[in-house]
Design a protein around this ligand. Sequence first.
Ligand code: ADP
Length: 583
Amino acid sequence: MFGANFQRKYALTDQGVQNTKKGTFWTVIVNLVVMGGVGILYLVMSGLMETLAGGVLPVALPVLAGLVIFAFLSFLTHLQQYKATYGLVYGEVKATRLRLAERLRKLPLGFFGKRDLADLTETLMGDVNRMEHVWSHVLGYLYGSYISTAVIAVCLLWYDWRLALACLWGVPVAFGLLFGSRKLTERQAEQIKRAAVRVSDGMQEALENVREIRATNQEERYLAGLYRKIDDHERIMIRGELVTGLFVNGASVIMRLGVATTILVGAGLILSGQIDFMLLFLFLMVITRIYAPFDQSLALIAELFVSQVSADRMNALFDTPIAEGAEVFQPQGHDIVFDHVEFAYDKEAVLHDVSFTAKEGEITALVGPSGSGKSTCARLAARLWDITGGTIKVGGVDIATVDPEVLLTDYSMVFQDVVLFDDTVMENIRLGRRGASDAEVMAAARAANCEEFVSKLPQGYQTPIGENGAKLSGGERQRISIARALLKNAPIVLLDEATASLDVENETKVQGALSRLLAGKTVLVIAHRMRTVAGADHIVVLKDGKVAQQGSPQALMAEGGLFRHMVELQSESAQWQLSGARP
Ligand code: ADP
């Protein structure tokens, strides 16, 4: 019952399975003790009946002692059940969140670009919370009730099978109805979940883009969209509750019909003189006790179905392959060699048979129309994703064999979307290399032309920069990012044409900083504008995920084709060039 399937189904840790067993055991004991109470009540009532019929009161002392023992046992077992179900579950919640976090840490970095962050947060927080309720309130309780009811049903059948059938028939029918509705309930749960993620996505997007939305007077249109998502969520939730309520209450009513049939059959049996009234009384007391846990169980089963969606989402994370590899990386130089590389994010291939070499000390530019695979190549070069065919080698070492964290120590990435933390300028730059001294941080900042704007900040390097650098301009953010890369001084630099969004003055400043960063490194730059790449040593032109042309800028211009076409299209804005890799 509690095997590997069970563990996976409810996303439990090994300890969680043990806890569930304990919870189940104590629930069985609690239910049986409660039945013992019914037995005592039966004895008392029988005694009273006999007294009424003119007999003597049966020894009151043993009955009294029985009551006291019952009360004591009841308290003790309830306490144990409580500890086993509620007490232990907090450890399980913590262990599961840590297990998920550990998994996230080892997943290929590219995974985070693909998965929606609101969705991931929902798994870490919402799904775990939902499972917590299942672990504490449902599993032990439900499985315990199954077992104790089976035991009691056997006793009842043995006592009087006719009455037993009359009172128990409703139980399988009610459960049948619930299990029959399972697909529907699960589908509803899935829809609710998706609607909830859409709402939180919408909120996040609105908050992130509040400036753009206001600047373009789109509030009303935008809010209308958001309200629609919220209304959708509400509607789907109400529908879901209605479906669940219908089945749960239907099942409960069916089960309660058992009381009526027991009375009918019992009355018949009494009239024909086959049983006495006290037996019917005993059965009626027992079934109300059986119904009590099952009444709750019916609602719990519905919750169990719904929770399956959460457990599946957690399992999907545990099933995503993690990127592993050796902890040592000793390349001979830092040439990056793509050799017949194939790649697909999902099913559809994005790169086909891509081969090129980015040499150390040179600037290699990736150019091509939007969507041709430039960013993908840059991500693959740092093993943010694993490729599906071919090899990528750095200094002769296949990067698929190197632990991504170790590999990344040799990379600096300067991408357009610079991520800054709500900390001081100093600490934001220090992220480039943990443990760097203040003097080293400031030297990097100077080399990246940060000095000039930092000195204008109220507390210089100690100025907090607000959430995601809200107090800095685009150019200042880029320069912080370059300072980080300078501080790290890694032999490979991946550059997403970092200066694309800047004004001319800032561009020149960032340009100077970049030249210092790139000197002598292996540089792979994703170029969006042709004038950027005229100074590159080697150009790889991508089109639809294939290498259309490659060679020096001069050779490609002479050759004609896509490169020359793109250069000619953009030639009006030739203002500056990348340079600096040659020491
Ligand atoms: P470029 O940088 O040249 O604009 P990309 O490398 O970003 O091109 O994209 C190449 C192709 O891969 C495009 O068709 C794009 O839609 C797809 N793609 C990019 N990133 C992802 C991703 N994270 N998941 C799925 N498909 C992606």
